[in-house]
Design a protein around this ligand. Sequence first.
Ligand SMILES: CC(C)(COP(=O)(O)OP(=O)(O)OC[C@H]1O[C@@H](n2cnc3c(N)ncnc32)[C@H](O)[C@@H]1OP(=O)(O)O)[C@@H](O)C(=O)NCCC(=O)NCCS
Length: 288
Amino acid sequence: MAGTEPLDVRPIEAEHAEAVWPLSIEAGWNQNVADWRFMLGAGRGFGLVGADGAWHASSLVLPLGQRLAWISMVLVTKDRRRGGVGTGLLKRCIADVQDMGAVAGLDATELGRPIYLPLGFHDLYSIRRWHLDAAKDAVAPPRGIEIRPATIADLSELATYDRPLSGMERPTILAHLLLRQPGLAWIAQTPSGAITGYALGREGRIATSIGPVIADSEPIALALIAKATTSATGPFIIDVPEAHRDVRAWIEGQGGQTPRAYMRMTLGTAKGLDDPSYVFALAGPELG
Ligand SMILES: CC(C)(COP(=O)(O)OP(=O)(O)OC[C@H]1O[C@@H](n2cnc3c(N)ncnc32)[C@H](O)[C@@H]1OP(=O)(O)O)[C@@H](O)C(=O)NCCC(=O)NCCS
């Protein structure tokens, strides 16, 4: 039943990161305070405070360039669900994205999708979340391709490589991830030094998240994913578009389990975003 009272929507600032964190913990999600602080600083948060002074609901808009913005962290405490709060916050986010003249994108959980469909979002492609305790098997990159650690000096070229293949303009996110967890940052390159793929990752509340992984081809992506997971300590989570069967088979071969799926959705059309050919792991549903 939707509520009739207008919602008292408040901005969520970066300084509220710790106070809002219990919402994602209650939902069993992987974000830590560093994730919330980064997202609230780089984007705009909108939420609801209850009579007890605690945050009861959240939502977030993260611009990915001037023409696309990601809506994420749509969370309502269990006690406040089915009262129109989720829909109200989502409408606030959509208005924010439309004010900047951009298309809204998001990765919907099975709980979220029923709210997004009536608001005009349409499906692009489905994604599987994988849980992997540890990985043992290395995968050699294709002939002539070398995998090496990524460094700060790679950032500008990385952002230029990423943009057409991911359909997202996200130099700030790539820089944040590389600086935060350099040990999870890898680049695939040709002998002349041209980038042919990369992997980034970050620590989380429950598991280390591997992604984004963007590459010219699935064999390169697989070598990057194997490198990232065999060089770090698990458990890992990794969100892989359904289309990539070899990556799926390798993760399954390492004992990976898939507890849930997401649907990538947009409100409007964003060039290149409907094509997962080069997107082998998401930055995460919260980052795009
Ligand atoms: C998804 C979520 C934010 C929805 O918040 P909410 O405040 O309950 O949403 P609303 O009350 O606005 O629901 C709007 C409509 O969506 C549909 N809906 C919502 N939850 C549903 C469910 N569990 N099953 C079926 N339909 C559902 C209903 O049509 C509902 O309208 P109704 O209550 O009048 O029938 C909340 O369930 C939640 O925090 N879930 C955990 C986190 C999550 O999955 N977030 C979504 C990320 S994509």
